[in-house]
Design a protein around this ligand. Sequence first.
Ligand SMILES: [Zn+2]
Length: 415
Amino acid sequence: MSDSPISFDPTVVWDRIESLARHGKHGETGVARAVYTPEWRAAVDEVMAWCDSVGLETRLDAVGNVWGVLKGTDPSLKSIVTGSHIDSQLPGGRFDGILGVIGGVFALGALKERYGAPTQTLEVLAFCEEESSRFPNTGFWGSRAITGLTTEADLTNVVSFSGEPIGEVMAAAGFDPARIPEAARTDIEAFVEFHIEQGPLLEAEGLPVGVVSAITGIRHYTVSVTGKSNHAGAFPMDLRLDPMAGAAEMISNVINRANEWGRPAVTTVGRIAADPNFPAIVPERVDFMIDARHPDPAKRLELYAAHEAALQEIAARRGLTIELSNLMEHHPFVCDPALVANFEQAARTVNAPFQTMTSGAVHDTQQMGRIAKGVMLFVRSKDGRSHTPAEYTSPEDAALGIEVLTEGLRTLAYR
Ligand SMILES: [Zn+2]
C-alpha cells in the first residue's frame, strides 16, 4: 500500500473525454446530447460499461441515472456519492457535466484498485438530465427523482420544446414513468460534484482548481411597465407617460447596483419587449426579465429588496404602473464546511494550486442538498467559456482535478 496520492495520466483522461464526446458529436468540438435520445443512451451505455470494467456494481435507476457502487465494509454508514450530469446543452461542449462523471469513475476505480473496499460506501452517479435543453421545465429531472420530489403531474406538465410530454418520451426510451419513485434515495450522507468552472475566475488567478464553499441563489423576475401610448412627434416629452423611459432607468438601476456591490452579486436583464414596438410610437407597455444572483442567503434577499424598492420608486415617480412577479427562485446552497475543509486539504496533499470560491451557476448539488451534505470541486475553464462547443479544459487540469477528487474521497471513505 503506497502512501503517495493517486495520480492520473492526462492523456488517458483526455481519451475518455473524447470517447464520451462521440455521443451527440456536434461539429469538431461540440456535443448535443439531450436526455432520452439515442445519443444519450449511447453515453449511458458507455459509462455503465466503464463502471463494470473497473469492478463497480453498476445499475440504471428508474429515471435513467447511472450508479456505480463500491461497497463499504461498514453497512451502518450512509453512502458518499460523487458525479454530475450526462446530458448537454444543444450544442454544448465536451466537459460540462460529463467531466464529473468521468472523474468519479476514475476516482472509484483507482481507489478500489489500490485500497480495495472503503469503510464507507462510495458511489459514482451520472444524472440523466440537468440542462433543461430538451424540456425547458424539467427542474433537475435526475436529481429531483433522487430526492423524491418528482410528481405525477410532471409527466404531463414537463413538455419538450417540440411538444412531447416527458412521460411519453421516457416510456419510448424504455423507462416506466410509474416507477420513478423507486429512484428516490434516503441513504446518502454526502454528495461531491466535480465540474468545470464555466466562468473566468480561476483562469484570471492562474489556478487550476477551485473548492466551492457556496452555490449562488437565483431569482427571475418578470417586470411589466405600463404607461400611455402616443405619437412620437406630436406628444412633448414632459407630458409623456413613457414605459420605455421608465424601463431604461430601471434596467440601469438594477445592473448598476450589482456593479456597485461588486462580486459575487450579479444582475442581468433580458427578454425585453415593447408593445407597440415601433420607433414612431411611444409604447404602451414594456416587459423585461431580471436575473439576479447572490450566494449569501441574507445578502441575496437584501439585493432583491433594493432592486424592488428602486423599481417601485421609479415607476411611481414617472406615473407608470408596474407589475412584478417571481418566475423562478433557487435558494443558495452553502456547502458543508467540513467537506470544504476536506477537499482544501486534498488539494494541498496533491499539490494542486487552488482557491476557495463560490459558484455563480446552479448545479445538481443544490438539489442533492435536500437529502445530503454537499460540496463542489471546479477546474479551470479556458476563457471562462461554457455552454458552447468552444468550452475547453486542458487534459492536465482535468487530471489534476480528478486527483483532488480522488484524494478527498479517500480521506472521507477510508478510515
Ligand atoms: Zn453542468
